[in-house]
Ligand binder design. Structure first.
Ligand SMILES: [Fe+2]
Length: 193
């Protein structure tokens, strides 16, 4: 069974109202609860039934909804933590995109697609490079075998109550809140594995 993580330490993050964050934590809890509920129901489901088919498909959606939120809140910080261009992540960003700034620009451009979903900076160990991808909804477009390094929620609930339709303003606030030290740790872990 999955246990919901507590991200209340993020309350007070500049650029994010406590109301928006609290509602967002509640939504995240829903994904944890539904992942657990599906796990239980899958145990009882009979093979070859439409119910099993649908629940199997649904599980990836709920699980990714849960895990992406953990990665997203997990790479946010109330205190500003700058990207260290001399760190492994800084170097890989420069190698993969030309510079740290170009890498960030590519990330927010990837996030500007129409629709709801996520943007994920993945590390592809096989090719030893970073890629920014758009995830439709929660579950479509993930790169198999790649490690998520930086995750941004682009569902409307992530910004609309604070920013209305001004996605660029939300993205700017998010980029200021990024915990680059955490992203660096994720890359180090992915490179080791
Ligand atoms: Fe969300």
């Amino acid at each position: 069974m999955y246990k919901a993580m507590d991200f209340s330490h993020l309350l007070g993050t500049p650029g994010f109202s406590d109301t928006l964050l609290s509602n967002h934590f509640t939504l995240y809890n829903g994904y944890v609860n539904n992942s657990n509920l599906l796990l239980e129901k899958l145990k009882e489901a009979q093979s070859g039934t439409p119910e099993l088919n649908e629940m199997k498909r649904r599980f990836g959606w709920e699980f990714n909804g849960m895990r992406l939120h953990e990665l997203y809140f997990g790479n946010m910080s109330k205190e500003e933590k700058k990207l260290d261009s001399g760190s492994m992540l800084g170097k890989k960003m420069a190698e993969s995109f030309g510079s740290g700034e170009k890498s960030k620009k590519n990330f927010t451009e990837s996030a500007s697609l129409r629709g709801i979903g996520w943007t994920v900076m993945y590390y592809d160990k096989q090719a030893d490079r970073l890629m920014n991808v758009w995830i439709d909804d929660h579950a479509t477009n993930h790169l198999a075998g790649c490690a998520p390094i930086l995750v941004m929620d682009m569902w409307e609930h992530a910004f609309i109550s604070d920013y209305g339709l001004k996605k660029p303003d939300y993205m700017e606030a998010f980029m200021k809140s990024v915990d680059w030290e955490q992203a660096e740790k994720r890359l180090e872990m992915a490179m080791k594995n």
